[in-house]
Design a protein around this ligand. Structure first.
Ligand code: 0RQ
Length: 502
């Protein structure tokens, strides 16, 4: 049979003020675009007519300009979870206009199943192929897994965006396993190896819920990352050096362990450095995303197997994958995000976690998400899913930001995402601080001497001297003096702890 075809505008017209909409996709990849491009225009029209129009938006991770950027600019987002990298969205959150819950990506599908977000009125799912069965729709996902299986099952109504930009053979990569309900009968997730497939290659949907299929041909709004700099490259080399040493010491077995590497330029630099290091054996990736660098290493045979929930790559790179599917389907699997970020599997496989921090403090607490305490940057993403459960948990960060006016190592983080109990290693372009097996004071010395920029070493040594003694020395009066000085004078180097101790 053929399901009802509708236009994107007809899809947008069915959505009501206050509805909760859940979307396929993870990062900009695999996120439906057609209906939302119409929905943001509709929101503007409704507001011009003096009518209220705001919706809740739930996704696997960050999405894209046509969804959260344009909707935020139209003042049409009532609630949003769980992650965003969009500048316009961030602006409206920081103006206090949007109720945004920054939560672990690995928990998102589970939280929807538990009903924590109430009724999901709509699921909009982007597909590359569709089997329009009378009793079951087989929806073949495009470039990411995200929370699609769960939202397609739980939403009251479903719109499918059949995006012919994607190649129908993307189905060769997907594994759409969804765990059972929590409770006594929940089974272990049966993934033992990085590349194991344990579910279907499609999302099953009840055809009665499908109100329409929007046919379209829209390229991905792919994210472009900053080019590598000498600083990010040095961080990558330092990560590779750390892992080689750890292997020599026997902490990492000779066959190596699967790696997770975060989104962004540093993630690309880390993978490139690992790929070039002759002492690192060919390795596997169990991560949230595969970026361009990982795809290149898979092609070269350096990454032998990779599992992720999204191909966070350019349209050219995605085309390369689609055109070489016979090769990639043997080396790459795309999962639902709760499986990619599952604590159970991260622990079982012994994944080495490598993510980027905004700031770290002297004891290893880490902030991924907020600038000077108050202002949202992006959110935690999947970083804590991996850092909490990793075999070794590494954070990278450049030692300074904003032309040296900010030190990324501070006395106390203004916001904490991964705690000192979950952080094993901090790596900057300056060097490596191995915090394992060390109490607070030894950690502080390790971080100051190995990771801090030379401009800030004397400042942080002084902070330790003026701190009140205790298990973890702190000065409650001066803990945020560096941040406060930056806010007042524009440069943390101008800090005078004496001012704060009077
Ligand atoms: O500002 O954009 O104005 O230049 O923050 O920093 O150095 O460009 O680094 O793009 O990798 O982002 C933590 C935000 C780093 C990211 C964060 C300013 C800096 C710049 C961006 P500009 P960089 P990145 C999931 C992986 C959380 C989610 C996560 C992130 C901007 O990595 O969102 O881990 N992480 N996802 O100038 C003030 C500081 C600053 C600062 C940097 N201390 N104070 N501004 N900036 N440090 C895991 C998986 O994928 C599995």
């Amino acid at each position: 049979m053929t399901y009802n075809r509708i236009t994107a505008a007809e899809g947008a017209a069915m959505i009501k003020d206050g509805d909760y909409i859940a979307l396929s996709g993870f990062t900009p990849n695999g996120v439906p675009k057609a209906v939302f491009r119409e929905l943001s225009k509709r929101a503007v029209r409704e507001h011009e007519a003096g009518k209220p129009f705001q919706v809740g938006i739930l996704t696997g991770a960050s999405s894209l300009q046509s969804v959260e950027g344009d909707m935020a600019n139209a003042h049409a987002i009532k609630f949003r979870a769980p992650f965003s990298t969009n500048k316009d969205f961030r602006t409206h959150v920081n103006l206090g206009e949007i109720d945004y819950e920054d939560t672990h990506l690995g928990n998102m599908a589970e939280r929807i199943r538990h009903g924590f977000y109430g009724t999901i009125d709509w699921a909009i799912i982007e597909v590359s192929d569709l089997d329009e069965g009378a009793s079951e729709c087989k929806a073949y996902l495009s470039s990411s897994g995200g929370i699609s299986t769960t939202i397609a099952r739980l939403a009251k109504k479903v719109i499918i965006e059949y995006n012919h930009f994607h190649n129908p053979n993307s189905k060769c990569l997907h594994d759409t396993y969804e765990p059972g309900e929590c409770g006594f009968d929940r089974q272990p997730i049966p993934i033992i190896h990085v590349i194991d497939k344990v579910g279907k290659n499609y999302v099953p949907i009840d055809p009665k819920k499908i109100v329409g299929v929007v046919e379209c041909n829209i390229p991905e709004e792919a994210r472009v990352f900053k080019p590598l700099t000498p600083e990010t490259k040095q961080m990558g080399y330092n990560v590779a050096e750390f892992l080689v040493n750890d292997m020599k010491q026997g902490h990492i077995p000779p066959q190596f362990l699967p790696l997770q590497s975060g989104v962004g330029a540093t993630g690309n630099a880390v993978l490139e450095a690992l790929g070039q290091n002759p002492h690192i054996p060919h390795f596997k990736v169990y991560s949230e995303v595969v970026q361009e660098s990982a795809i290149g290493l898979i092609q070269k045979g350096i990454i032998t197997e990779a599992s992720a929930t999204a191909m966070t790559v350019t349209n050219e790179c995605l085309k390369k994958i689609y055109d070489n599917m016979d090769f990639f389907k043997k080396h790459l699997v795309i999962r639902q995000s709760e499986i990619a970020n599952s604590p159970e599997i991260i622990r079982r496989l012994g994944v080495i976690a490598i993510n980027t921090a905004i700031e770290c403090d002297l004891y290893g607490n880490e902030n991924s998400s907020h600038i000077c305490g108050a202002r949202l940057m992006n959110g935690i993403g999947g970083s804590c899913d991996y850092e909490r459960n990793g075999y070794i948990s590494i954070f990278t960060t450049a030692s300074t930001a904003k032309n040296g006016c900010i030190s990324a190592i501070v006395p106390m983080c203004t916001h904490v995402d991964s705690t000192e109990h979950d952080v094993d290693v901090i790596i900057t372009e300056q060097g490596i601080a191995d915090l394992r097996g060390k109490g607070p004071l030894r950690r502080a010395h390790e971080i100051i001497e190995n990771c801090v920029h030379p401009d800030y070493k004397p400042i942080l040594r002084e902070y330790l001297k003026i701190s009140d003694r205790g298990h973890e020395p702190q000065s409650l009066r001066a803990a945020f003096a560096m941040h406060d000085t930056f806010m007042r004078k524009g440069d943390m180097r101008l800090v005078d702890f004496g001012e704060y101790l009077k």
